[in-house]
Each structure stands twice: as structure tokens, then as C-alpha cells.
Design a protein around this ligand. Structure first.
Ligand code: ZN
Length: 472
């Protein structure tokens, strides 16, 4: 029996604020706008002092006093938010001066730039930090956040002095624990308020050790059919269906092409086109980041210590069509995907991430090893050798896993994904009946009510460029 061990961990919950009344939306913006102004004003005065050769570093720090800032912003923002923003400014400048010292000491090659303004396209970026005593979050039937505001802002919106602004929230709190400094951001293009809440909790590390699965390895396969499929050496699997997401991505792409065709000669872009590019990217990044967070949670639950992510580069040159390349580069943004996997899994969860080529992993039957008489029809993989039938991207992740762990890990049962046989069913074996399937609904990845079995039948007409036999 392993000794009980605990360690402190910090993770981030992300959720959406969904004010139903318009006045609450306006009130939130009237909170975020001065918060952004505060940071920019401090930045302005410190930059002025910094670029003035006559002034010392001390002058930079005192270019504008905290009293001046508090007098101006506290009535709107309240004391807690005002002070937290001032702390944040100081952290930023501290970081800059540290880099500058490193540069002067020769520990750094490029000279760092002083902190800049919080702006995007000429407008202030509407965001703030909220000290942990200035908000409460409650999850339940009526999930909500309550924010402390300054007295003037409360008065303006008729909020009693002893109450806070209450706003419904929506999301999937992944971590429970002590909430830290909350970050609140308004996205003008999607008109949405997003909160990032770091949470600190005691993590019991006994469980993973006690289960004897210290060497659990997971393989993550990014399939060209808009799926991410995962298989682990202790028999867990999951598949993420990104098709609705891609469809939306593609609609924006089409709209961009249409607008581009209407541009006057000599012009290559317009504000609207730029905006659409931006929206398309944000939506994708949001879903991708949420996917990686979801994977991180699953991997912790399953005791995964090492993850292999498929590297597509060498596969593409041989087999991939232009359309698939476009999908991989733009939609999956594969480079970004792998980078975020490293940042979140490696950096935050201590799970080792490796990249490995996954060439030819989906043209072999995972059950009998047949490579010739196999085919795929849409999402369905079929083997003529043994009659096996399964989800083709899940097959890809199974084979990918077998390849990367060959000789390194012992599968418990000969096959990693052994599941109880499905007794009441005739016909070809459908092995991926039990694999949980998740779909993006704009806010989070949700588990769908039914299994993977129902899908392929009505999707099988969508073959696209991926004819059977062609690798992925
Ligand atoms: Zn077979």
C-alpha cells in the first residue's frame, strides 16, 4: 500500500458570464472599460518616465502614485479590483526590469521592451483582474458569480450598497478548491464575457500510484475526418467529434472567399475580412484549448504519465491532398495543437508529451493485423480478414499506440482496449460501441447520449478525399 501523499496544485477553471438583462451587460462593460483604462494610464506614465533619460528607475515607479489612481478609479471599480490591477501593473514592470537587468548582465541577448498598452485594433482590450475576496462563484442549478463593484457603479445601477452584482454563469468547472485572482475578459467579436479562475487544491497522488498504472501511456490521434481519438494502455478510449466545429469554420472560410471576390482591384483585404479571420481563429482556439483541458482531466483520472501525439509532417508529403493539408494547417492548426499539448500537459500537469510520426497507422486491422483487405467508408473501418468493424479514427489511435509502446509496455490482455464482449448482438463485431464520444457545443465538449455505433451509418456518404486503403 502506497503511503498517502499530497501536493498542492493550481489549475484554471474557465467559464462564461451570461447576463440576461441588458443593464447587467452594460454594467459589466462599465466595469471592464475603466479597468483597462487604469492599466493603460499607469503604463502611459511609467513609459513617459522610462523614455525620459533624466529620470531614474525610481521615478518610473512613482510616475503616477497609487493614491491618484485609487482616487480616480475606486468609486467605479471598488478597492479590491483597483488594488489588484495596481499589483498586476507592478508585476508586469517588475518582470520587465528583471529582464532588463539580465540584458545588462549579459544573461539575455535581446533588449526587452517596456510594457505596452492593452489595445487591440485601436480599442482598449476590455479585461480586468478581480481579487479573490471581491467575487464568489457558486455552481449548481443556478450557477452564478457575484462581483463586488465600486459604490458609484452600484448606485448607478441601483444595486444596494451591501450587495454584489449577480450574473449567471455557464461552463464546466473542472477543479474544486480555493479560488484565486480571477481574470475577466470581454470579447467584442463574439460579445461574450469569459472568466479564468485559478484554483488551488490539495491533490492526492496516492490513487495513481496505488492502481499500479504508473506507466500508463496514451496515444492521441488527430484524424483528417475531424476527430481526435485517444487510446491508453490501460484500456481507456475516447473520441472527440469536431465536425460541427469544422462545418462552422468552413462556413466562415466560404464567407471570406466570397468577400474577397468582391473586393475592388488592387485591394486584398477589408476590415470585415480581417474580423472574420479573427473570429474563425478565436473559435477554433477556444475549442482546441478546451479539448486539451478535457484531455488533461481524463488523463489525470486515468493515471496517464506519458502521451504520444501524432506528427503529421511526413505523412502528408506522400498521401495528403491539398484539401486535407488545408484542414490540418488551418483548422487543426496542428503546430499550435502540439504546442498547447506541451504547455498544458507537460507544463501544468506533469504529463510527459512526445511527438511521433503516425504514418500508416490506420490502414491495418488492430485485431488481426491484416493490411491488404481493409477499407474505410467514412468513419467506418472494416477488415475483410477477420470481419472486424470499428471507428476508423479510433483504430488509428489503437494502432498508433501499439507502435509507440511496442516492447515498452505490457498490455494487460494482449490488446490494450479489451472490453467485455457484447453478447446480445449479431453481425459484424463493432468494437467501439463503448467508446465515449464528445462533441463541441460552442462552450464545452459534451458527452453525447449514444455510442459511436449510430454515427457511421448516416455519415458514410461523406468520404471526401479519404478513399479506402489510403493512409488516413
Ligand atoms: Zn482483421
Amino acid at each position: 500500500m502506497a503511503a498517502q501523499t499530497e501536493e498542492e496544485r493550481t489549475r484554471t477553471n474557465t467559464f462564461q458570464l451570461q447576463p440576461k438583462e441588458n443593464w447587467k451587460r452594460v454594467c459589466l462593460i462599465e466595469l471592464l472599460d475603466p479597468a483597462a483604462a487604469l492599466v493603460n494610464i499607469v503604463t502611459y506614465h511609467r513609459r513617459q518616465a522610462y523614455f525620459d533619460d533624466e529620470q531614474t528607475r525610481n521615478d518610473v515607479w512613482n510616475a503616477i502614485t497609487k493614491t491618484e489612481i485609487r482616487d480616480r478609479f475606486q468609486p467605479t471599480l471598488g478597492r479590491a479590483i483597483t488594488d489588484k490591477l495596481l499589483d498586476k501593473c507592478d508585476e508586469t514592470w517588475d518582470g520587465f526590469f528583471t529582464q532588463l537587468d539580465d540584458y545588462h548582465d549579459g544573461d539575455r541577448e535581446d533588449r526587452p521592451s517596456p510594457p505596452g498598452y492593452c489595445k487591440d485594433g485601436g480599442q482598449r482590450v476590455l479585461k480586468t483582474v478581480v481579487r479573490n475576496d471581491a467575487y464568489t462563484v457558486e455552481w449548481g442549478e443556478h450557477s452564478r458569480i457575484e462581483l463586488a463593484l465600486g459604490s458609484e457603479l452600484k448606485e448607478k445601477y441601483g444595486i444596494p450598497f451591501n450587495q454584489r452584482l449577480r450574473v449567471p454563469i455557464r461552463g464546466n468547472p473542472q477543479y474544486e478548491g480555493h479560488g484565486g485572482r480571477l481574470e475577466l475578459v470581454y470579447d467584442r467579436s463574439t460579445e461574450s464575457f469569459t472568466a479564468h479562475q485559478p484554483v488551488t487544491f490539495r491533490h492526492d497522488t496516492t490513487r495513481a500510484a496505488a492502481s499500479g498504472d504508473e506507466d500508463v501511456v496514451a496515444a492521441v490521434d488527430v484524424g483528417a475526418n475531424n476527430f481526435v481519438a485517444v487510446t491508453t494502455t490501460n484500456g481507456h478510449q475516447a473520441v472527440f467529434d469536431a465536425r460541427p466545429l469544422f462545418d462552422r469554420f468552413h462556413r466562415i472560410t466560404e464567407r471570406i472567399a466570397e468577400l474577397q471576390s468582391q473586393l475592388p482591384d488592387g485591394e486584398h483585404s477589408s476590415r470585415l475580412i480581417e474580423k472574420l479571420y479573427d473570429r474563425r481563429r478565436r473559435q477554433r482556439d477556444h475549442a482546441q484549448d478546451a479539448l486539451i483541458r478535457y484531455l488533461a482531466r481524463l488523463f489525470e483520472e486515468w493515471g496517464v504519465g506519458e502521451v504520444y501525439v501524432g506528427k503529421l509532417d511526413d505523412v502528408r508529403e506522400e498521401h495528403w491532398s491539398a484539401v486535407v493539408n488545408e484542414k490540418t494547417d488551418l483548422f487543426w492548426a496542428h503546430g499550435r495543437f502540439r504546442r498547447r499539448m506541451h504547455e498544458v500537459l507537460d507544463g501544468e500537469c506533469g504529463i510527459n508529451v512526445e511527438e511521433e510520426s503516425e504514418a500508416s497507422t490506420s490502414s491495418r486491422c488492430p485485431q488481426c493485423g491484416e493490411e491488404e483487405s481493409v477499407g474505410r467508408n467514412g468513419d467506418v473501418f472494416q477488415c475483410g480478414g477477420c470481419g472486424f468493424e470499428g471507428h476508423s479514427d479510433v483504430v488509428g489511435s489503437e494502432n498508433f499506440l501499439s507502435e509507440v509502446v511496442d516492447g515498452n509496455v505490457e498490455f494487460n490482455t494482449g490488446r490494450p482496449m479489451a472490453r467485455p464482449a457484447d453478447s446480445g448482438q449479431n453481425g459484424p463485431e463493432w468494437r467501439h460501441r463503448e467508446v465515449p464520444r464528445l462533441e463541441w457545443d460552442d462552450h464545452e465538449w459534451r458527452r453525447r447520449g449514444h455510442s459511436t455505433k449510430e454515427e457511421p451509418a448516416n455519415r458514410s456518404t461523406r468520404k471526401g478525399n479519404l478513399a479506402s486503403g489510403v493512409s488516413r
